[in-house]
Design a protein around this ligand. Structure first.
Ligand code: ZN
Length: 415
């Protein structure tokens, strides 16, 4: 038997030592037990406060913590044991981290606390789950989470605007002669973030990072002209719920909303390639679009949001009319985007599709969702990480924005 140890393993899988330990560090994780009782332990370098609660449909347990730096081994979250099917961890807001556990069935939180370091052991977060029947689960659910159906997360504010003057936000206020910023607003929406990584390439690249880089490039390019104000739904690695993204577009009375994503296909299927532009429709244009919308709409569940908290649809003839008009504009922009992108980027063989994406549901803001390509496809991934591809593609999207908004202004003024 060969006993030589590869150098990489001998050194241990640990990340390089943190220069600053401003935030508590989670260094290791263990799961033990069976389908009746499961115990989860997270090693921490100091004690923290926590709040734990359950969510239904699908069954989940959420643990909210102050911001924690996770230094867990790769794949730690895939640990499947007892009541825990898998778990995720990461930022859900500045200053707030979260663990979300997918459960194999209804369970009760028997213990959730952090114990002090003692006897050479570090401080530990201990979560103990016990199996219960669905009725018990639902009863506990209403008892424990009623005061905060919405997790204790501060409201999301638009993170970055080119001209975030008070005058721009409140054009009616006569604030010392400051000129209101009447430029059309474009909301750029990098998908996922924080605890929700989105898709992941076999080589480890994450959708949330790829699309943020792209979105920042696009913001810079559009801002260059000085004709538009750009608002990002996120400009760092933070989770933003789908409804908040829509709200940002509506609150800004945006002229256009562009959501940026990168798709992936199940392992083994790497045939699909190229960029696809999606618009909103009640019925999906094909099975592929339906699969994708389902996946993208899961973002809130992944981050431990309660899905019962849906906005109520208002049946109103005015809203219907607005929606119809918005749809026409969304489709028009999608076609313009396709013709601009076609020249510089690789497109999917059916580049225009539609499905029920939650993030595209602002009734009064033309909205499209751009899937830049497939991280599961080697050639697409090569492009997605390439500086020159990004620059070219960003240029073509900015061109389409100019073509679309320029045209709208012309139409509106009758010239
Ligand atoms: Zn996505």
């Amino acid at each position: 038997m060969c006993l030589s140890v590869p150098a990489a393993i001998a050194q241990g899988p640990g990340a390089p030592p943190q220069a600053s330990s401003q935030f508590p560090i989670a260094s290791d994780v263990r799961v033990a037990g069976d389908a009746r009782q499961t115990r989860f332990v997270l090693d921490l370098d100091r004690k923290v406060e926590l709040r734990a609660f359950t969510l239904a449909d699908p069954y989940r347990v959420v643990v909210d913590l102050p911001q924690v730096t996770f230094q867990l081994r790769d794949g730690a979250g895939d640990t499947k044991r007892g009541l825990i099917k898998a778990f995720r961890y990461g930022l859900v807001m500045a200053g707030g981290s979260r663990l979300v556990f997918d459960l194999s069935g209804p369970a009760k939180i028997e213990k959730a606390h952090v114990v002090d370091a003692a006897n050479g052991q570090p401080a530990r977060l201990v979560l103990e789950l016990g199996a219960v029947d669905r009725t018990t689960f639902v009863q506990q659910l209403s008892a424990e989470s009623r005061p905060q159906l919405r997790p204790a997360i501060s409201p999301v504010t638009p993170v970055e605007t080119t001209a975030a003057t008070p005058a721009a936000l409140n054009a009616n206020a006569a604030t010392g002669g400051a000129k209101p910023d009447n430029r059309p607003v474009i909301v750029i929406d990098p998908g996922h973030g924080g605890i929700d990584h989105g898709t992941e390439a076999a080589s480890g690249e994450l959708e949330k990072t790829l699309v943020l880089d792209f979105a920042k490039g696009l913001r810079d390019r559009i801002e260059k002209s000085g004709k538009y104000r750009v608002v990002m739904t996120r400009s760092d690695d933070t989770f933003v719920p789908l409804g908040e993204r829509v709200k940002i577009a509506r609150n800004q009375t945006a002229a256009l909303f562009v959501s940026i994503h990168a798709d992936a296909l199940p392992r083994g299927d790497s045939s699909a390639q190229g960029a696809t532009i999606y618009t909103l429709s009640e019925r999906a244009s094909d099975a592929e679009a339906e699969r994708l919308a389902e996946l993208e709409n899961k973002a809130d569940a992944i981050a431990g949001y309660n899905l019962t908290e849906e906005p109520t649809d208002v049946a109103d003839i005015l809203i219907e009319l607005t929606q119809r008009e918005t749809k026409t504009f969304s489709n028009r922009f999608a076609r313009m985007l396709m013709s601009e992108m076609r020249g510089v980027a690789r497109m999917h063989k059916h580049p225009l599709k539609s499905a029920g994406f939650k993030v595209l549901k602002a009734p009064d803001v033309p909205s499209v969702l751009l899937e830049l390509g497939y991280v599961s496809n080697k050639d697409d991934l090569r492009l997605l990480v390439s500086e020159s591809w990004r620059s070219r593609t960003v240029g073509s999207v900015a061109q389409a924005v100019e073509a679309f908004l320029g045209k709208r202004v012309v139409n509106a003024t009758g010239n």
